[in-house]
Every structure is written in structure tokens, then in C-alpha cells.
Ligand binder design. Structure first.
Ligand code: ZN
Length: 361
């Protein structure tokens, strides 16, 4: 399900609410009803959740706007029931820049907490016994609203500095380590600690809080994925498309029958094909489109994709790796001096990474 709500954009960064966010609101309503809440208390709690997520957006903007200063764009900020996520185009490789980008998030919550601290009579409230004044603290007053918002912001700062990579604290740890040791090694250490923290979160979550279970899964998989990505990118450093591309590939003409293509798929291992007419690349045939149209009596030109990206042999493989990760149909023809010389896809790039990793150890 792809449904999400676009709230607009700030400095070219889209603010998106994921559809699962609705569950959080429903959960708040349900929880209040269970405790015998009134319409007023339900609205108070919904408003509070929205205020918390407003602070989360500001936190993510802290990351995104700092990244922008280092020339890194952010496509969007997504709000999930477990928190916010800024989709940066890339993470700055300089440890100092990464550190500043990461710290900017929790720093926003520190500022919010300080502002609320200045507004609220914290000293007076701290002297009151919470248990004896339960009624005062459960009033649906603006003061309580702001007090709880203060507590949540302090909580967000503490939670975010736990070194659970790829959460903020883990990224701070990675950046600090990367100032002393190799970035790949630094990421491995941070990711291992992150996965260990995720297991603790999972255990605590199973006992006390289902949200923590989701956060644990998110951290565990995130640490695994990002550790792998950093390793792959380091293996591809200094390599170009020419090193990894396939050169022994089958070419079709636009007028060829699709039966010929289907025969080729069955008899060989190639899945995607380049279509050439008069020495010009005119289209691509993707595996999925071939399968979907295999029972129709068609020609290659009827189903070939005519909008596609062409890579140059000299292009940086690190850039191609990011490109392949971001595209669903990841098959690209390669040219040298505008002449077709080969193609590259995710399977073949992964093979190349595997071979490089054997050489690296
Ligand atoms: Zn953050």
C-alpha cells in the first residue's frame, strides 16, 4: 500500500505522513475510551500526539537543513507511527559533516525543551509530589500539555543519543570512530553495537511496549543494510562501469518477433535486452515486460521501453550502485564515445562486488 498524505514542503523537502500513522491516532482514541475518556480528553490526546510529531518534523528538518548546507538534498521527511525519517540523497562521507548533520536533529529537541523550560514553572512543579497531586497533573490544561511536551522532548534527546546505529546516537558514534579509523571498520563496529541494542529493545519491547518492537526491527535491519552498503561502496571506490559491465550480450532489432526474445530467455541466462537500429540504441526490453506480454503475438518495438538512461564506460561505479539501488528496473546500456559497448544490471554488479570482496580479504 502506497497511500500517504502530503502535507506540503519546506525548502523543497516534502513532508509526508505514512498511512500507518492512522493506526497511532486510532490507538490513542481506543486507549482513551478504554480508560473511560471523554471527547475532550480524546481531543487533548490527539492534539498532544500531533504536537509531538510537529517536534519530530522540526528534528528531521534539523538534519535535512544542515545536510543542505553541505550540498546534500533531502527528498522528503516521512512520518511513521514510530517516528520521523528524513530521506537524504546520501550521507556525507566526511565524519565531521556527518557529525554535524546528525547532532542537528537532537539539538532541535534540546532547544524546544529549553524554551518550554523557560515558559513553565518547572521548579514549582518539581516540588509538587506527583502521586499526591495526580488530579492537578491529569488536568486537561495548557500547562500540563506543555509540561508533557517538555518531558517528551527531553525523552527524545535521551532516546536519540543511545548508540543504536542507524539511529542518531549510533551515527554520532560512527562519525566519531571514523575520525580515528577507517570508515568501513567504524560502520561495522557501530552496526554491531546497533544490532545488540536492537535485541535489548526487542526484549524490553516484548515485555512493555509494542512500539519498541517495531523500532528494534527497524534498527536491526537498518544496521545490517547500511553496513553492507558502506562495505560495497568502499569496494567499488575507484572503479568505473567499464570494469563491471557485461559485454557478451544479445542484441535485438525493433522489428524482431517477441518469440525470438522468449526463446532467448529460455535457452540462456539473459533477462533484459538492448534494442539497436542503425547502430543506435532505440529501446530496452525488461524481463518483467517480456513475461507479461509473452502470450501475445507482438514485435519487440511494441513493448520496448524507449525512455531509459544510458551510462558511459567512464562513469563511477559508486554512483551506478546508488542508481541501481534506487531503480526497480535496473538494467542500463553502456556506451563509449557514444557507441554501444555493453550493459550493466544489479545481478552483474553484485557479482562484481562479490569478486572484489574476495580480493579485498
Ligand atoms: Zn534524528
Amino acid at each position: 500500500m502506497k497511500a500517504s498524505l502530503n502535507l506540503g514542503s519546506i525548502s523543497g523537502i516534502k513532508i509526508i505522513v505514512h498511512w500507518t500513522f492512522l493506526f497511532l491516532i486510532l490507538w490513542v482514541v481506543f486507549d482513551e475510551l478504554k480508560r473511560g475518556g471523554t471527547v475532550e480528553s480524546i481531543l487533548f490526546n490527539i492534539a498532544f500526539v500531533l504536537a509531538v510529531f510537529f517536534c519530530v518534523v522540526l528534528h528531521e528538518l534539523g538534519h535535512a537543513l544542515t545536510a543542505k548546507r553541505f550540498g546534500v538534498n533531502t527528498e522528503k521527511i516521512t512520518l511513521l507511527p514510530i517516528g520521523g525519517m528524513a530521506s537524504l540523497d546520501k550521507i556525507p562521507e566526511s565524519p565531521k559533516q556527518e557529525l554535524l548533520v546528525v547532532i542537528a536533529g537532537p539539538l532541535v529537541n534540546v532547544v524546544i525543551a529549553i524554551l518550554l523550560y523557560l515558559i513553565l514553572p518547572i521548579q514549582e512543579l518539581a516540588n509538587m509530589n506527583f502521586a499526591n497531586n495526580l488530579e492537578t497533573f491529569s488536568n486537561l490544561s495548557l500547562q500540563n500539555f506543555l509540561l508533557y511536551l517538555f518531558i517528551v522532548n527531553v525523552g527524545l534527546v535521551i532516546f536519540n543519543i543511545i548508540p543504536a546505529f542507524p539511529m542518531d546516537g549510533g551515527r554520532i558514534l560512527r562519525a566519531l570512530l571514523a575520525m580515528k579509523i577507517d570508515r568501513v571498520k567504524a560502520t561495522q563496529i557501530a552496526a554491531s553495537i546497533g544490532q545488540f541494542m536492537a535485541i535489548i529493545f526487542l526484549l524490553v519491547g516484548l515485555l512493555y511496549n509494542p512500539f519498541l518492537v517495531f523500532i528494534a526491527l527497524f534498527i536491526f535491519l537498518g544496521a545490517y543494510g547500511e553496513n553492507k552498503m558502506v562495505l560495497h561502496l568502499s569496494l567499488l571506490k575507484g572503479h568505473t562501469v567499464e570494469d563491471a559491465m557485461m559485454t557478451n550480450i544479445t542484441i535485438f532489432k525493433p522489428e524482431d518477433s517477441m518469440d525470438l526474445v522468449v526463446d532467448k530467455i529460455i535457452s540462456g541466462t539473459e533477462n533484459n535486452f538492448v534494442i539497436i537500429k542503425d547502430s543506435t540504441i532505440t529501446g530496452l526490453l525488461y524481463h518483467q515486460d517480456i513475461i507479461e506480454n509473452s502470450n501475445k503475438n507482438l514485435l519487440v518495438k511494441d513493448i520496448m521501453e524507449v525512455n531509459f538512461k544510458v551510462l558511459d564506460v567512464d562513469e563511477d561505479l559508486k554512483e551506478v550502485y546508488n542508481l541501481i539501488q534506487s531503480k526497480k528496473k535496473s538494467f542500463f546500456p553502456v556506451v563509449e564515445n557514444k557507441k554501444f559497448v555493453g550493459a550493466i544490471d544489479s545481478i552483474n554488479l553484485n557479482e562484481y562486488i562479490m569478486l572484489q570482496s574476495k580480493l579485498a580479504y
